[in-house]
Design a protein around this ligand. Structure first.
Ligand code: KG4
Ligand code: ZN
Length: 333
């Protein structure tokens, strides 16, 4: 069979990224331009600034990804682009660029769900075997998903309020840790002790999550300690916070694995870069003889390689869009 080359575009938040992937498996080239340093001083992503930066970078990033691949647009079989969920202005830039390429070079257009992208970052490591459970933990989402075939996503549960990534970033802010706080909390927890008592979020039998309460619990704890004149030991607070997050995520995910009689787990999304979460899931899966795949660190956070990978499977199924494609900022799986 002829090799299939998909050009993927991702611009849903603060990364402008373009990749070319061969046969849904082999990354030929990738460029990721992160705006983190621009947004850092505001303590989070500013949507208007994000979209303006995407506009400035998108054509440069497309050119560079093509140049690195040593291919031309003639070699590309289709254009895959994230059309949601994400920030409206940011999504628009990627979708308009993809439509333009599709029109000018007469290539099929493929509309990719960003969350499917995070899940398919795992396909770069191992071919999926079904059924499987996937825990998507990102800056915008916390979702427990069941898949029994490619591109079929059954939602078992999700967060009722904040995502786990938001909890990390908001708790970091309380401790004056700069945005994005997740990676720094990860580092500090490694040298901290479990000395602070925090509640396990939504410790019930459902597959849903809730992380807004844990943020309030941390704010109250810091406030009370300050009033008593006690200094907060950041490392210990990070370790105690991460401990209850890990307990919440592992309890519900391992329960779903058992109830759905699944032998394969995927972790996905920016927060799956967290070493405490990775280590605990690997330990539990080894204990229970469950196969587990977690993306390499570079593919946990936003990138276009994961979008082009989903694009390949949609290409095979001829799931194409036309030029009337619209962004969908609150798109579900
Ligand atoms: O998937 P992602 O790049 O963007 C969304 O699609 O939302 O996820 C970004 C989130 C941020 O909240 C960031 O703090 C978190 O992932 N994150 C981490 C780590 N690395 C990134 N959270 C905990 N530990 C990490 N090592
Ligand atoms: Zn993401």
């Amino acid at each position: 069979m002829k090799d299939i080359y998909i050009l993927g575009i991702e611009s849903s938040c603060d990364e402008t990224s373009v990749s070319i992937v061969k046969n849904g498996k082999e990354e030929i080239s990738t460029v990721v331009l992160s705006q983190i340093d621009i947004h850092k001083k505001f303590g989070g992503v500013v949507p208007e600034i994000a979209s303006r930066n995407h506009v400035e970078s998108i054509t440069i990033v497309i050119d560079e990804a093509l140049k690195k691949s040593k291919l031309t647009m003639k070699d590309i079989d289709a254009i895959a682009v994230t059309y949601g969920p994400g920030l409206a202005g940011s999504l628009l830039v990627g979708v308009e660029a993809a439509k333009t390429l599709s029109l000018v070079f007469n290539k099929p257009l493929i509309a990719v769900n960003h969350l499917a992208g995070h899940i398919y970052a795992n396909q770069l490591i191992n071919d999926f075997s079904f059924p499987l459970i996937c825990l998507v933990i990102s800056g915008g989402h916390t979702e427990l998903i069941y898949m029994d075939e490619h591109l079929s996503f059954k939602k078992l549960g999700s967060t009722k309020d904040d995502s786990v990534g938001e909890a990390y970033d908001k708790v970091a802010r309380v401790m004056n840790i700069p945005y994005p706080g997740g990676p720094i909390i990860d580092k500090l927890s490694k040298v901290g002790n479990l000395t602070y008592n925090l509640p396990i979020p939504l410790d019930d039998d459902s597959y849903n999550f809730s992380f807004s309460g844990i943020k309030s619990a941390v704010i109250n704890l810091v406030h009370n300690e300050n009033q008593r004149g006690n200094e907060i030991r950041k490392e210990d607070l990070c370790a105690s916070f991460e401990d209850v997050i890990v307990k919440s995520l592992t309890k519900k995910t391992m329960k779903a694995i058992k109830e759905y009689n699944v032998k394969y787990l995927l972790l996905a999304g920016g927060v799956s870069a967290n070493s405490g979460i990775r280590d605990k899931f690997i330990e539990l899966c080894n204990e229970k003889n469950i196969k587990i795949t977690i993306p390499n660190l570079k593919y946990c956070t936003d990138n276009a390689t994961m979008i082009a990978t989903v694009g390949y499977y949609m290409f095979i199924k001829k799931q194409f869009s036309d030029l009337s494609l619209k962004i969908n900022p609150s798109l579900d799986l």
